[in-house]
Design a protein around this ligand. Structure first.
Ligand code: ATP
Length: 253
């Protein structure tokens, strides 16, 4: 299976203010290594502050690593060539309602993404917008809807349409399904699995919900204080957790 994404010795630290005059550094990620193949789902689990969101931010280029490398299909991604790759990895927001502009219709919002990141003409953009709505189980007429006119589940589909409209190869789901009620979550999960089968999409799932992790991921990384303390095929890791921190996350100790 081809390695789509390779993360090599990735490090990131932040400066943290301690009172008025003192500072310290937090090592948010400490020499992280993993690979993700086409059509696979990698789950990243860990408690609050373990570095999960930092990893997502580095992968989508919101922030830059201090050290290490992100490689897409063997090519290192750097700040200078980031625009070339920003279609390949997309991010699905945690809270769709807050991430969408309440005064912008869905069609205009999707069009903005295409105008910013592609050279498609008006007609091609319109076609792509309708295609991404259909792909995510929405209707053509939703082009003219404002965010407040959607249910929570439909909003998540809009967020998914926005993430998929640039035809990425990897989608980062950062607690994206956490806010949904179980029925709606099941519908979105099924849609994600269908899209993965049809298009060979890869997912990086950041979640504290270990049932979800078990249901949709192939491989799992456990982070603690910015370090990978355990990794392996998801089923094996969750059935036979070796590290005390994994056992703690599972409520076993
Ligand atoms: N912009 C920042 N400035 C300073 N410290 C930061 C910044 N972003 C993250 N950190 C610190 O880096 C560490 C990792 O944070 P991160 O948000 O990646 O954790 P997380 O696992 O995603 O947590 P959560 O599950 O709460 O989202 C934490 O100690 C956090 O306080």
């Amino acid at each position: 299976m081809s390695q789509l994404l390779q993360v090599v010795d990735l490090c990131k630290s932040y400066r943290k203010q301690l009172g008025l005059f003192r500072q310290t550094r937090v090592q948010a990620l400490d020499h992280i290594n993993f690979t993700l193949s086409a059509g696979q789902t990698l789950a990243v689990v860990g408690e609050t502050g373990s570095g999960k969101s930092t990893l997502a931010k580095l992968l989508v280029g919101i922030e830059q690593p201090d050290d290490g490398e992100i490689r897409l299909s063997g090519q290192a991604v750097t700040l200078s060539n980031y625009r070339k790759y920003n279609h390949v990895i997309r991010y699905m927001f945690q809270d769709a309602e807050r991430a969408l502009n309440p005064s912008q219709k869905v069609g205009a919002m999707l069009d903005d993404v295409l105008r910013f990141s592609t050279v498609l003409d008006r007609q091609q953009r319109q076609q792509r917008i309708l295609q991404s709505l259909q792909q995510t189980g929405l209707l053509d007429e939703h082009i003219n809807f404002f965010p407040h006119m959607f249910s929570a589940g439909q909003l998540q589909r809009v967020a998914l349409a926005r993430a998929l409209i640039l035809e990425p190869k990897i989608l980062i789901l950062d607690e994206a399904l956490t806010v949904l009620d179980p029925t709606v979550r099941a519908q979105i999960v099924n849609l994600l699995l269908e899209l993965q089968q049809q298009q060979g999409l890869s997912y990086l799932l950041i979640s504290k919900n270990l049932r979800l992790v078990r249901h949709i991921s192939d491989h799992c990384l456990v982070l603690q204080d910015g370090r990978v303390v355990e990794e392996g095929p998801t089923e094996q890791l969750l059935d036979r957790p070796q590290h005390p921190h994994t056992r703690k996350l599972m409520g076993l100790s």
